[in-house]
Ligand binder design. Sequence first.
Ligand SMILES: Nc1ncnc2c1ncn2[C@@H]1O[C@H](COP(=O)(O)OP(=O)(O)O)[C@@H](O)[C@H]1O
Ligand SMILES: [Mg+2]
Length: 341
Amino acid sequence: MNTMIEVKGLTKVFKTYKRESGLKGTVKALFKREQIDVTAVKDISFNIKKGEIIGYIGANGAGKSTTIKMMTGILTPTNGVVTVDGRIPYEARTENAKHIGVVFGQKTQLWWDLPLGETFAILKEIYQVPDEIYKEQMAYFDEVFELSEFMNQTVRTLSLGQRMRADLAASMLHNPKVLFLDEPTIGLDVVVKERIRKAIKDMNARYGTTIILTTHDMSDIEQLCSRIIIIDKGALLYDGSIDTIRQTYGYERKFTFDLRYDDGDAIRAKFETLLTNIDNRTLENLSYTLENNQLEIVFDRNQINISGIMNIVLQNFDVLDFSVKDMDIEAIVKGIYGNGI
Ligand SMILES: Nc1ncnc2c1ncn2[C@@H]1O[C@H](COP(=O)(O)OP(=O)(O)O)[C@@H](O)[C@H]1O
Ligand SMILES: [Mg+2]
């Protein structure tokens, strides 16, 4: 069988209590609390093949972590079923744990008060990693994550980047068949992000590890995943190749200029004339808005000469500040709703 993960009709409803604000609400809550349902994951189905790297993406609160928690056995679904390598994770938690690796970027899986070296020694025993393989793995981790720098420090004293490198190494130590990485690059600088991406790629290439990755970073996705699953408000929105998304949205860039001016209409007219002077396609191939002294230009970087536009704006207007942004996940989700795919 080629399928590693099967998710069918997966649903998770959390029961929570409505909170009213103020003292009155607090007192009232002591006597009668109104229960509400939050549907975090709604009837999601997909299959993942052995050796795939999947980007599992969506806006904040879309239900990504809840899905990962059901796939790793931490939570039990309200409806539907998950199988990972033939096991139902929330029914066979201990057995399942031997075959998977998990990283939650927001929360370490390591023991806060232990020196990192001891942590790995304990994990070696838990997972019964043979001496030879342990040596090999630790040497490899040291190479990609440079762990020896802080091997004697307790986990609580590590920086975020060091901690994430340690967490990743710990999740990979027993060479799991499946790796679940929930925001493994969140809050990290570019250099650490690159290391982490390299390790993920290596792991997949050397051992055929199946990897599920949630991230907000479009570069993670572009560099690592050929297939992405997008969820929104708990429901599946897209499951397919990254190329299709890239062709439709991935090359869009947004320039934002803060301008000083009094007459917006005059600026608009001048801007359009300048664009028309470049050639007669430029104006057609971009969209822009001018509001509250901000000029926002959205364009496809394959169709538009970026430096041409930069020059025009910088030379002809009073620019106070500017920024450039890649297309982000929220914008892609909006785009799919608006225009389809
Ligand atoms: N233990 C919980 N109890 C109640 N609501 C929860 C719980 N965990 C998550 N939620 C809610 O479920 C939704 C999805 O959360 P989550 O899976 O963490 O989203 P994401 O990881 O995509 O940001 C959110 O509305 C969140 O507030
Ligand atoms: Mg999350």
